[in-house]
Design a protein around this ligand. Structure first.
Ligand code: C2E
Ligand code: CA
Ligand code: CA
Ligand code: CA
Length: 275
């Protein structure tokens, strides 16, 4: 083979060419994986920190692919958003999750993450309510975790969407509060029922005075606004003990359990008499 010397002009260098090919292969794999049902819901417990009881689960998407199974949602969700398939992917996962959660004790809630792009889709509410009806799942057991926004342009549209979902009994949580786009101004302009403190503040709180102060501040903000608060990223008994002193929070994290398959979740609930 001829060597690629200095005078051998290429539009792309080989690494770039390979990246592009890989990306297209990944896109195709994502699309066909959705069609094939390779994306499945996993569930992570949410705990009432005062009683230690499970209050519900957050659904977290997993890709069960021989080849791409190592890619987590932090990577495939943004890709699905970029290529315009997030709505389809999300609704398939939600349908499956409603089916799974219907077996659980009816006091247990199901939280699902909703991409900001989905909130811009004018038909989102209608399709979600249709899913609930088809699955015979009570809206008051469903919680939507939303983040963001650069919704300044269509804040009014998003507000009326969230209000109408809420009127159906669905709970709306502001996810990753304190980081990224989830800000104080959103608290004032959008109808939320719950705040989730980002794990970037919770996980380090026992070794870091600043993090602990931020967690305390958000917790009392929630109290003042009458909004229940969830702390995510609870990794140790020390963190749980500190949180317990702040009042009646909901907690979520590796201390209690990692995200688990529907089967594992079922077994866990069966052992607790919650199924
Ligand atoms: P998130 O909504 O903030 O979810 C919490 C993430 O923290 C999950 O990562 C969870 O596995 C992880 N986690 C839970 N407890 C602990 C802990 O104690 N320590 C640490 N270090 N991590 C913990 P995961 O499952 O990789 O999901 C990452 C993100 O992907 C989620 O962040 C969410 O933004 C997004 N995502 C996942 N599934 C979906 C989905 O179906 N739709 C949408 N739009 N986004 C999703
Ligand atoms: Ca979440
Ligand atoms: Ca988070
Ligand atoms: Ca997140």
């Amino acid at each position: 083979a001829k060597k690629a010397g200095k005078n051998n002009h290429r539009w792309f260098d080989p690494a770039m060419e390979r990246d592009l090919r890989d990306r297209h292969a990944l896109e195709r794999a994502l699309r066909s994986g959705i069609a094939a049902g390779d994306f499945v819901p996993y569930y992570q417990q949410q705990i009432d920190i005062a009683t230690g009881r499970i209050t519900g689960f957050e659904m977290l998407a997993r890709w069960q692919s021989e080849r791409y199974g190592h890619i987590g949602p932090e990577d495939f969700i943004p890709l699905a958003e970029e290529i315009g398939v997030i709505g389809d992917l999300s609704e398939r996962l939600i349908r499956q999750a409603l089916h799974d959660a219907r077996e659980w004790d009816p006091a247990l809630t199901l939280a699902v993450n909703i991409s900001p792009l989905q909130l811009r889709d004018p038909w989102f509410a209608q399709r979600l309510l249709k899913l609930l009806i088809e699955s015979n799942f009570p809206p008051h057991r469903l919680e939507l975790e939303v983040t963001e926004t650069c919704l300044h342009e269509n804040l009014a549209q998003v507000r009326s969407l969230l209000v109408s979902l809420r009127n159906q009994g669905i709970t709306i949580s502001l996810d990753d509060f304190g980081s990224g786009y989830s800000s104080l101004s959103q608290l004032q302009s959008l109808p939320f029922d719950r705040l989730k403190i980002d794990r970037a503040f919770v996980s380090p709180m026992t070794g870091c005075a600043e993090s602990a102060t931020i967690v305390r501040a958000i917790s009392s903000l929630g109290e003042g606004l009458g909004l229940p608060v969830t702390a995510e990223g609870v990794e140790s008994a020390e963190i749980a003990a500190e949180l317990r002193e702040l009042g009646n929070l909901q907690a979520q994290g590796y201390l209690y359990g990692r995200p688990e398959s529907a089967e594992q979740t079922r077994a866990r609930l069966a052992a607790l008499g919650l199924i």
